[in-house]
Every structure is written in C-alpha cells, then in structure tokens.
Design a protein around this ligand. Structure first.
Ligand code: SF4
Length: 245
C-alpha cells in the first residue's frame, strides 16, 4: 500500500483534534459528488509519500499532535496493511481515526477488536436500499454490509460520527427521512453540504448546493435521532453565488 497524500497538521479532518491526515489510494465506489478523482481513479498520477518520512514526523511531533486521520479513497480496501499502519501510528504515541464508506465491515471489526483504531467516521450515502445507494455511488453496493458497519461502529464504544452528504436532487429531505430510522440513537451525525466543484460526475457542477436555512432544517430533522448533530459547509451555496463566473 502506498500513501498518496500527507497533510502534516489539520484542525478540519478530525473534529476537536489537531491531526495529521494520510490519504490512501483507490476506492470501490464512484460517488457522483466525490472530489478525490485522482486518488480514486488514477492514484499512479500522485506522488507516493514514504511511510518512514511520515513516521519520523509523527515521532518528532507527538507532543502537540493528537492523532492521525486516515482517509482515501477507501482505507479498508488495504485490509492487513491498514491494520499495520494504524498500529505503527499508535506506536508513535498517536491516536488513529479511520474514515470509511462502510462497505467492508469485517475490517472495521478487526480494527476495533485488535485495538488498532481510536475513532471512526463513516459516510452513510443514502437510504439503505440498493437502488437508492446506487444512485449516489454509481456502482452496486451490498447495503447489508453498510448496515453491519453502522452497528459495529455504534457498538464499538469508540468516538465516532456518521456523515451524510446532502445533494439537491440526490439526497434531500425524503432520503434523510428514510435514513433516520437506521441512524436512531447515534452519538453524532455530521451533515455535509455538497460542493459542486471537481465532482466525479461533471453533471453535478450545474447543481446549486443547499441554502444555509435548508441545512439548518435538515439538522433539526436529525435532532431526535442522535445526541449531537453538526453541520458542515452550511454556507456553500452562499459562497458559490459570490464566486466569480
Ligand atoms: S466512497 Fe465515494 S466519496 Fe469516498 S472516496 Fe470513494 S468514491 Fe470518493
């Protein structure tokens, strides 16, 4: 497994923590709104960051960094190598967050049972129905695996969040209504407003993100289903309207 991106410190990837961010290549989905085109489709075009360089940086900065967020692509596609990576991060005195699309629950279980992960973040793309999922991911997805991943993460006792990206015409009020019963009782749900730039599906570039008040409405819909709901990218539509054309 090659590391295809390394941000030394970020306050954005892992809420409330100062973390490094590692990007792992390839993904088994093709989400229409994905912004990681090269990482997903052409990782060979990206430079590889040597693991020794990453680990050396972590060892030298372990006093002020909280941890490392591992994202992609889909990190669980790297199975045993992911377990080895998170173990090495922990050996540097760091916590490890793994972000996932939830398609490989067996690897989430191994990470948790092996004590190789400290926090998890999972994208829930759509209502857990094959056709609804496919509309977003553009490939067939085993929604039973997604359901299992949600249950494994919620039962892990670890810090976690379940993330939903809202996209006009694709994931909106009706879809959220159908998703909420599955998410009932979650600790944290993060709602993300869609961004129309550099999407895998160029058609989406014509779509205007939800307005701030619509994102607030979606957050109120989630209030009864979770202990905490956060909204990210609330103002994307406002910013898009102000951008020069
Ligand atoms: S799960 Fe979807 S959004 Fe995430 S990297 Fe894969 S294709 Fe992109």
């Amino acid at each position: 497994m090659e590391i295809k991106g390394f941000i030394k410190s970020s306050l954005l990837e892992w809420e409330g923590r100062l973390s490094s961010v590692l990007f792992l290549p390839t993904c088994n989905l093709r989400c229409r709104y994905c912004h990681a085109g090269d990482l997903v489709l052409h990782p060979e075009r990206l430079d590889t960051v040597p693991l020794t360089e990453v680990l050396e940086y972590l060892r030298q900065n372990s006093l002020w960094l909280d941890g490392v967020a591992i994202t992609g692509g889909e990190p669980t596609l790297h199975g045993p190598e992911l377990l080895d990576l998170t173990g090495r991060i922990q050996d540097c005195g760091m916590m490890a967050l793994v972000e996932t699309n939830g398609t490989r629950p067996e690897w989430l279980r191994k990470l948790i049972e092996g004590g190789r992960v400290n926090a998890l973040s999972m994208d829930v793309k759509a209502p857990l129905e094959s056709e609804a999922y496919r509309r977003v991911t553009a490939v067939d997805v085993d929604v039973d695996a997604i359901r299992q991943s949600i249950e494994i993460i919620r039962g892990s006792g670890l810090e976690y969040e379940l993330r939903i990206t809202l996209v006009p015409g694709l994931v909106g009020k009706e879809e959220l209504e159908r998703m909420l019963p599955v998410l009932e009782g979650s600790r944290q749900i993060a709602l993300q407003n869609f961004r129309p730039d550099d999407c895998l599906d160029p058609e989406l570039e014509k779509t205007t993100p939800y307005q701030p008040e619509e994102m607030d409405y979606f957050a109120r819909m989630c209030e009864g289903a979770c202990e905490r709901c956060v909204v990210r990218g609330r103002d994307h539509a406002v910013r898009a309207a102000k951008s020069p054309t």
